[in-house]
Design a protein. Structure first.
Length: 240
């Protein structure tokens, strides 16, 4: 992307996406992130990081950064600095970006961008975000004003992310899974005498009650039509 193109993209992002209470028509509370058990779903090991990446790191202006390669000079130092800042922002409220920089030993915007680049794995948009807005999820001011409900909006920088985002929504095979997991533990705790057949039957009922689906999807299931199709087929050829 040329410099002019990227400036145009940033201008577009700033026009359609905001995190500022000034543009939330009084509904900023709907956009505030509160950690819940879903924040730590699918997290491997005991790394307790919010998968929505809240609280969000501040940025003086909207920027698009590409990941730093591990071979680049100073990568490990920048990476450690990034982790440090992520943990500080969780527990500290900073009045402004300069104080945030000062207390986190960031010496300039350029230095900060190097640190951010070491912490990301794909090209990423960092929205203009004041430290006081660290819990604000991005929103579109017009949609928020009309719908008056929490919304999630993000500018996607690469084709893979776009395909990934769409296919996850279409398939959403893990819907209700976190409810289900909690029900499994509850059922086993409450009924240690249940055998596996009873537990499975019990879970089947709990699952049907915890997964929402539109009538079209229910009809699709009842007709036993396949939920996904593939143009590529794998055939195992016995060689022995
Ligand atoms: Zn969270």
């Amino acid at each position: 992307m040329s410099l002019v193109q990227s400036l145009q993209v940033i201008e577009l992002i700033d026009r359609v996406i905001s995190v500022s209470a000034n543009y939330a028509s009084g509904h900023i509370n709907l956009q505030k992130h509160h950690h819940t058990f879903t924040c730590y779903k699918n997290i491997i090991g005991n790394r307790k990081e919010c998968r929505f990446e809240a609280p969000f790191l501040p940025s003086r202006s909207t920027i698009i950064l590409s990941p730093m390669q591990k071979e680049e000079d100073g990568f490990s130092g920048y990476f450690k600095h990034y982790k440090n800042i992520k943990s500080n922002i969780e527990n500290t409220d900073y009045p402004d970006i300069d104080t945030f920089y000062f207390q986190n030993n960031v010496i300039s915007d350029d230095h900060y961008h190097h640190i951010l680049r070491a912490g990301i794995k794909r090209p990423r948009v960092f929205l203009r975000h004041q430290p006081s807005e660290k819990w604000h999820n991005p929103f579109n001011p017009i949609i928020l004003n009309i719908m008056k409900s929490n919304m999630d909006i993000q500018f996607i920088t690469d084709i893979y992310s776009c395909a990934n985002y769409v296919s996850e929504y279409v398939n959403k095979s893990n819907r209700g899974i976190s409810n289900l997991q909690r029900e499994i533990i509850k059922t086993i705790d409450e009924h240690p005498e249940f055998d596996i057949v009873e537990i499975t039957r019990n879970l089947g009922i709990k699952m049907l009650n915890s997964v929402e689906m539109p009538s079209q999807e229910a009809a699709w299931y009842l007709l036993r039509a396949p939920m996904s199709k593939s143009s590529a087929v794998i055939v195992t050829i016995p060689t022995v």
